[in-house]
Every structure is written in C-alpha cells, then in structure tokens.
Design a protein around this ligand. Structure first.
Ligand code: ZN
Ligand code: ZN
Length: 333
C-alpha cells in the first residue's frame, strides 16, 4: 500500500489496468497515465500536470498494484534499461514457467519455434568469438522447420519439448509468429533488422535462460570452466545482452556501455577490472559484434548497389558461417 495509507481504490485499479494493457512501462510513459488518474480522482478536482507526477508516486502505485496481483502469481518488477539505465517496469509471472504461459497463446509448433529462436540467439550466435545474442530476419525465418527433435529432447525442460514433435512451421507461419512475438512485447527489432529479447522478456525469461544456456558444470569442475553463455554486467550485476566485452577473449568481464563511465572513473583507469587488459571499448556484446565487422560493412555497401534481398542473404550467409563471421577479413567475395 502507498505510504499515505489509503485503501486500494479506483485510482489504483485504473493504474493496474493501464499497466496490464501495456505489459511494460518506464517512468516517462507512466507519468501521463498517473497525471490523468490524479486529475480524475484528485481531492481538489484540480488538474495534475505530468511534471507534478514524481517517481515516488509511481513506486507507490506499483507497490499497491503488487499487493493486488500477488495472489495471481504476478508481480511488477523493474530493471534498468541496458542502453540508458532508465528503469523499466514489467509485469512478470512469478511462478509458472514462461514457456507454459506462452503456451496459452501459441501452438506447440510456435513454442517450439520460439525455442529454436532462443537457441539461435544464445547458442548459435553467442559463441566465444561473437556474442551477438540477436538474430536477423533471414536467420529467424530459416529456423521455421523443426529439424532437431532429438536435440530438443536433450534439454532440461522435458514438459515442453514433448509437445514439439511437429515438423515445424511454414515460412509464412514463421514470419507471422515472429511478428506476434514482437507485438506481444517479447522481441524487439532493431534498425539493422536484428531481433533481440525485450527488457520485459529478459526479466521474465532470465531464470529460464540461465538454466537452459549456462552449463551447471560437472562435479569438481572449476568455476572458470563452466559454460557461461548468459552473463551479468561487471558493474551493475544485471543481465547483459548489449554492451562491451573485455578484449581478452578468455576473460568473462562484460560491461554495459552506460556502466563503463562510472566504473572506469571509480577505478581511475580504463583497464579490465579482472585481467587488466586495456579497455579499448571496441569489443562488443550484441548486434554490434556483427555490424562493426568488415564483413558486415562490405555486405552493406554491396546491398546498397544491388537488390536489397541479395544483401540480406549475403549477410545471413556470412553469419551462418561461424568461422568466417567477422574476424577473417580476407573473406571470399
Ligand atoms: Zn551494467
Ligand atoms: Zn578482462
């Protein structure tokens, strides 16, 4: 409950409804909503301006909403944006596994497709060489078929994969499903045509991603030897899928762009806090791991001259070829 001790009322209900309709909000987006609510339900009947809504107001309404929805195993959680640190609040399911939850809105074949997309983002395109953690349209559509039933059966969560015996989706269905994942707020699509998990999806799927993609490590194995595909920012300790990486390939230090400033100011040196390598700031996590490479830029230049699709196909081939992607600059034309 909010600290002025009032009962859960119509204002709180209106806020929760607005929140649920959107799924996720930052303070800037919440301000006009709360201003409108305060204007209607205000004691003096005076209009409340957006600027008069404080972050404390928002926190108080989030707290009241959380009391109301906890019975339904829902919670509004927050996480700073990886890009600019603005806090994002999102409605998260606290108990049921997110895949089960998605199954209420999607067919087994679509869920199985989502799993292939996540595998691509966090395994195929998330290697020690390139931690892209994003997938292009072309790569995403190519995964429409369910080629690896045996592989799917190896994953920990048997419940879902048992349903995934289907052959997969048609390309048109894959395209439509991909679009619905964006509309439902699970994926975001960048200007360069990469799909990534939205902040809301990261909040919801964090545990799933860690369980699925970070190896538990064998008995007696040193911590360093474990597969850690999902990493946290060294500075803020939040999940990182977009940011910078240590130039030393074996070093696990990853830092959000915005987090580098404070960290290196505090350290008084631009060196990796762990391995002490000079932090050049040109090694990336996220789509920049691709879009800053010679291969990508060459593809770009080519696609500007020729048909757009050929450029996209070119890029997708380059990415699919893991050995060639990025660092070998003497790639074949
Ligand atoms: Zn950070
Ligand atoms: Zn390092």
């Amino acid at each position: 409950m909010s600290d002025d001790g009032h009962q859960y009322n119509d204002s709180n209900r209106a806020f929760l409804q607005a929140f649920m309709a959107r799924g996720a909000l930052n303070f800037k987006e919440a301000r006009p909503i709360l201003a409108a609510i305060f204007t209607v339900h205000g004691k003096q009947g005076a209009e409340t301006a957006e600027e008069d809504v404080t972050e404390a107001d928002m926190l108080s309404y989030v707290a009241a909403a959380n009391n109301a929805i906890s019975f339904f195993d829902l919670e509004i959680r927050s996480m700073p944006s990886q890009v600019d640190r603005t806090r994002i609040w999102a409605l998260v399911n606290t108990t049921s596994d997110p895949m089960t939850q998605l199954a209420t809105m999607h067919s087994a074949d679509e869920i199985s497709y989502l799993k292939r997309l996540l595998d691509a983002m966090f395994e195929t395109y998330n290697t020690p060489r390139q931690e892209i953690m994003a997938i292009t349209d072309m790569q995403a559509i190519k995964l429409h078929k369910n080629l690896s039933e045996s592989q799917a059966n190896n994953t920990q969560d048997g419940g879902m994969t048992q349903n995934s015996a289907g052959k997969g989706l048609t390309m048109a269905d894959a395209e439509r499903t991909l679009k619905s994942f964006v509309e439902e707020g699970w994926f975001e699509r960048s200007r360069n045509g990469f799909f990534t998990l939205s902040p809301r999806a990261l909040m919801e799927l964090k545990q799933y991603l860690v369980t699925t993609y970070n190896g538990p490590g064998d008995e007696g194995e040193e911590e360093e030897e474990r597969v850690e595909r999902i990493k946290n920012c060294h500075a803020c300790r939040e999940l990182i899928t977009v940011g910078q990486r240590c130039p030393t390939r074996e070093c696990a230090v990853r830092i959000h762009d915005v987090c580098t400033q404070n960290l290196f100011r505090a350290l008084r040196e631009r060196n990796c806090p762990k391995c002490k390598a000079e932090w050049v700031g040109e090694n990336y996590v996220g789509e920049r791991a691709v879009t800053t490479t010679e291969a990508w830029l060459k593809g770009r230049r080519r696609s500007k001259g020729g048909a757009r699709t050929s450029g996209a196909q070119q890029r997708s081939t380059q990415l699919a070829d893991e050995e060639g992607a990025g660092e070998e600059e003497e790639e074949e034309e």
